[in-house]
Design a protein around this ligand. Structure first.
Ligand SMILES: *Cc1c(COP(=O)(O)O)cnc(C)c1O
Length: 384
């Protein structure tokens, strides 16, 4: 094999344009809709609404983090409140809790989906209630595209009457019992960041239960302007609306979303086939027919006890010598310095996932020659 300097980088997940994006962007230029409103904004919202089943309303925003923030705002989360959040996630799930001056209460994962454990969730709720505060919201995450235990989490949330903000940032195209992720919560956040399954370069959306709630989201995302000829404000707003240029990219990406899902699922099968032949490495897969993951990222757990001592770090560094990007799984929020001292409920599931897990290149734009390089690099580590 040639040396690293000659090899092009194989990324974990890079933007993949379908071809029609520029048509929508050009239309925005032609009509001078260079603003956070316009036909692409409306069109992208309608496309997303149809895609997830036509039962919800969608407001497109500047990011997925902004979407979670505006859900918290509309659920009246404020200083001194508590919000439960899956610990095993990206910081964008949890940071908005701090923006509102509230306290995140972190909950561990369960091993079948790697997402929030319904039992630890109930323990957390009961303990917070016994300490005098009912949590204002629950933020479960469909991490890496894998749906969380939707029914079990909904049962607990309903029992204590706590709204759910579904973090579907990584799971557009995933379903649970044939229903789209992003439709299970009181609100749901989507992300179109550069590394997600579709991208608008940066962007997000808040899925809302009805038109009133969508209008409220748009209101808060455009500086909470009252109905008056001058600029009049009775509430604190935000500058979070998506631009008509970004939304044009989004409309083009919607045309290839299902292709991207199919290609990412093929990458998952590619890794399943490889690791079938290697003891001690498991590829995260759907626990039953109820789950359909977009497999945004293909992820593995490496158990050094069964691999003659080879661990995930050795694999990661070896892939790196072939200019192949891989990355440890998300570091749980309860172990992050910025969230030190925040309450945590559960055991060591998320912590062990972080210790043993690795994300592998999963993009829908990978080529056969990329797959060949990845495959031989993996076999080199494990077959020596
Ligand atoms: C990407 C992501 C977010 C935040 O989305 P941005 O658009 O990057 O702000 C939130 N939660 C999870 C799990 C994510 O992966």
């Amino acid at each position: 094999m040639s040396t690293t300097t000659e090899l092009s980088k194989i990324w974990l997940s890079s933007p993949h344009m379908g071809g029609q994006e520029q048509t929508f962007v050009n239309a925005a230029f032609a009509e001078n809709w260079i603003a956070p409103l316009g036909p692409n904004v409306n069109g992208f919202e309608e496309d997303l609404k149809q895609y997830i089943g036509n039962e919800k309303e969608v407001a497109v925003l500047s990011s997925g983090t902004a979407a979670i923030h505006l859900a918290l705002v509309q659920l009246d989360v404020s200083k001194g409140d508590e919000v439960i959040c899956q610990s095993f996630t990206f910081c964008g799930s949890a940071n908005p809790i701090l923006y509102q001056g509230a306290t995140p209460i972190f909950v561990d994962s369960e091993p079948s989906t790697w997402n929030i454990c319904p039992k630890a969730l109930e323990t957390a709720i009961l303990d917070r209630i016994s300490k005098g505060k009912t949590p204002k919201a629950i933020i479960p995450v469909h991490l890496y595209g894998m749906p969380y235990l939707v029914d079990e989490v909904a049962t607990v949330a309903k029992k204590y009457n706590i709204p759910i903000i579904e973090d579907a940032a990584e799971s557009l195209g995933s379903t649970y019992k044939s229903k789209s992720c992003g439709t299970f919560g009181d609100f749901a956040a989507l992300s179109f960041n550069g590394n997600k399954i579709i991208t608008t370069s940066g962007g997000g959306a808040l899925v809302c239960k009805d038109k009133t709630s969508k209008e409220k989201t748009v209101f808060f995302s455009t500086q909470a302007r009252d109905n008056a000829p001058h600029y009049q404000h009775s509430e604190v707003g935000f500058n979070y609306r998506m631009s008509n240029i970004s939304a044009g990219i989004g409309r083009g990406q919607m045309l290839v979303l299902d292709d991207h899902v199919a290609l990412r699922r093929q990458m998952h099968q590619f890794y399943k086939d490889i690791f079938n032949e290697i003891d001690g490495v498991d590829v995260l897969s759907e626990p039953s027919q109820d789950f359909f993951s977009n497999h945004w990222l293909s992820t593995i757990l490496v158990d050094p006890k069964l691999t003659k001592g080879i661990d995930r770090e050795q694999l990661r560094l070896h892939l790196d010598t072939y200019n192949i990007e891989s990355r440890p799984l998300w570091k749980p929020m309860h172990l992050q310095p910025v969230f030190a001292g925040m309450p945590f409920y559960g055991g060591k599931v998320a912590e062990e996932l972080f210790a043993k897990g690795l994300c592998l290149p999963s993009g829908s734009n990978l080529l056969d020659e990329d797959r060949d390089r990845i495959k031989s690099a993996i076999f080199e580590v494990f077959k020596n």
